[in-house]
Design a protein around this ligand. Structure first.
Ligand code: 3DU
Length: 252
């Protein structure tokens, strides 16, 4: 972030296409053109499925690294521990620097194995705390009873506390809910960075999410699907860097 003066993580997402070759060339082309304006690249299964992990996707990961960009696999890992471990190992073997995992599976026989593998391989684990879409309220936003105090609290607050307890390398909170970013930031303090997707195409606002406490913005369609992805990335980088600076000045 400091080196690139950018808080923007590119979500390298393309709509469904039967032309897998073209998907790979478009990915590399967009990556090359926006590289000066971003600080990392995030991929998800909509790229792994058509391109293959140790084939096309690994080429993109290697190319991102050549450009000095770390890579995140948005796997939303969400299964039993033994399966999660193998999934994380494959992504790390392919070169990914971090994976995103779902907090809903919990620690024991859930995410513990992912954190273990990440530690051993010196990689990162980012956990979901509140997603950016409307339906997030049904799970992340539901009220649950704390076992110790019997008080009702929203699920995402408990997930934020777990992100701290698990020593996660990041927490995902949707840019579409700045007030929730603020609440989560108050729990995480400056100990865990907040990764915020949902700016632009999903209606989230750059300034509002950064002022609320987001550290990085994950941005996909408004860059990837723009007529000129480099110009779009430069613009959002500029806006985010200014808002981020204001945020720093105020906190001093
Ligand atoms: O809406 P965009 O096109 O800027 O893409 C957002 C990306 O972030 C996309 O890859 C999606 O899978 C991911 N994401 C969310 O949108 C919301 C989340 O809570 C977590 C990840």
């Amino acid at each position: 972030m400091e080196k690139k003066k950018s808080r923007i993580i590119l979500a390298l997402d393309f709509p469904y296409s039967e032309n897998h070759k073209q998907l790979l060339s478009s990915s590399l082309r967009v990556l090359d053109s926006v590289a000066p304006y971003i600080c990392a690249v995030k991929m998800n299964r909509q790229l792994v499925l058509p391109l293959g992990l140790f084939d096309g996707v690994q080429k993109i990961v290697n190319h991102a690294h050549e450009l000095g960009l770390p890579t995140i696999m948005d796997a939303k890992i969400n299964d039993i521990g033994s399966t999660n471990r193998a999934i994380a190992e494959y992504y790390f073997d392919a070169g990914f620097d971090a994976v995103i995992a779902s907090s809903f599976v919990g620690w024991d026989e859930g995410l513990q194995s992912v954190f273990e593998v990440a530690k051993k391989m010196n990689r990162g684990v980012i956990v979901l705390v509140y997603m950016s879409h409307k339906g997030a309220i049904e799970g992340y936003g539901q009220m649950v009873q704390r076992s110790e105090t019997k008080r009702l609290v929203p699920q995402y607050r408990i997930f934020a506390e777990k992100a701290l307890k698990w020593n996660a390398d990041g927490a995902v909170v949707g840019a579409t809910y700045p007030s929730k970013i603020r609440e989560v930031r108050a729990i995480l303090k400056d100990l865990v960075p907040i990764y915020s997707p949902g700016v632009g195409a999903q209606g989230g606002d750059v300034e509002a999410s950064l002022k609320a406490g987001a550290t990085y913005l994950i941005v996909g369609r408004i860059i990837v699907e723009a007529e000129n992805p480099a110009m779009a990335a430069e613009q959002v980088r500029h806006d985010a860097w200014l808002s981020g600076k204001e945020k720093l000045a105020k906190s001093r």
